[in-house]
Design a protein around this ligand. Structure first.
Ligand code: ADP
Ligand code: MG
Length: 246
């Protein structure tokens, strides 16, 4: 309930500007070392944050917790004023409407064209048709796909497919965009196009959290960089660089 989560915010004393809060978060899947171990993370509205770290260090687990796809074994998570430990199941769709998500493997609807893949997100959010007919072309123009409405995913390059996924993630104007290795399957040119889009939507006010393995991009963009290792945040710096320990 909104009132309860506001009370919880007061109780935890979360700053008004803070849009993502993790306090002492641990996530264990089964026996063995936890995937995340004592994570504390504070992200303000409007930030652009990279999350880097070796494979298996817990980056995707972190993203899944922020999406409320998983719940923590221990600790507190607040996102956009929602208490993700206590949130009722019925409230999760409303919570997710304000989150855009992009994955490495695009996850488009294969039998639907570009326009319908994006419109689908608006239908789920119950956006009136009249508005949808303005929003979908506008977001497709922004990602540079104005001429491709009727193409099916298999008729598009990887870079184009990821731009459709970006349009779908952004069409509902989310407060937060979470991207888990969005350029993992793309060549450098397309990777930069996706990063430039992420930066553009961040400049328009969306908080952006991007998991990446791309040192060139991280070092060039000079954003906040969070480095994870074995389930722990080992560094968190503004204007950071990709830390390579190999
Ligand atoms: P990353 O995204 O940084 O590669 P993950 O968050 O995917 O890391 O994984 C962190 C750890 O948790 C790894 O040791 C991985 O094997 C384990 N793990 C991830 N998902 C599951 C799962 N569904 N069941 C069991 N173990 C998992
Ligand atoms: Mg991962």
């Amino acid at each position: 309930m909104a009132t309860r989560s506001r009370a919880r915010r007061r109780e935890m004393d979360i700053d008004e500007n803070e849009i993502i809060t993790m306090e002492n978060v641990t996530k264990s899947y089964s026996s063995g070392a936890p995937a995340l171990n004592g994570i504390n993370l504070h992200i303000n509205r409007g930030e652009f944050v990279f999350v880097v770290g070796d494979s298996g260090s817990g980056k995707s687990t972190l993203i899944k917790l922020l999406l409320r796809e998983l719940t923590p074994t221990e600790g507190d998570i607040h996102v956009m004023g929602y208490d993700l430990v206590k949130i009722r199941h019925g409230k999760i769709p409303k919570f997710r409407r304000n989150l855009g998500v992009v994955f490495q493997d695009f996850r488009l609807l294969k039998d639907r064209n570009v326009y319908d893949n994006v419109a689908f997100a608006q239908r789920i959010a119950e956006v009136p048709t009249k508005e949808m007919k303005k929003n979908v072309p506008s977001i497709l123009a922004m990602v540079g796909l104005a001429g491709k409405y009727k193409a099916k995913p298999r008729q598009l390059s990887g870079g184009e497919q990821q731009r459709v996924a970006m349009a779908r993630a952004l069409v509902n104007r989310p407060a937060i965009l979470l991207a888990d290795e969005p350029t993992g399957n793309l060549d450098p040119k397309n990777s930069w196009e996706i990063m430039n889009l992420l930066e553009e939507i961040n400049e328009q006010g969306t908080t952006v959290l991007v998991v990446t393995h791309n040192p060139e991009i991280v070092n060039e963009m000079k954003k906040r960089v969070i480095t994870m290792k074995k389930g722990v945040i080992v560094s968190d710096v503004e204007n950071g660089e990709y830390i390579n320990e190999d």
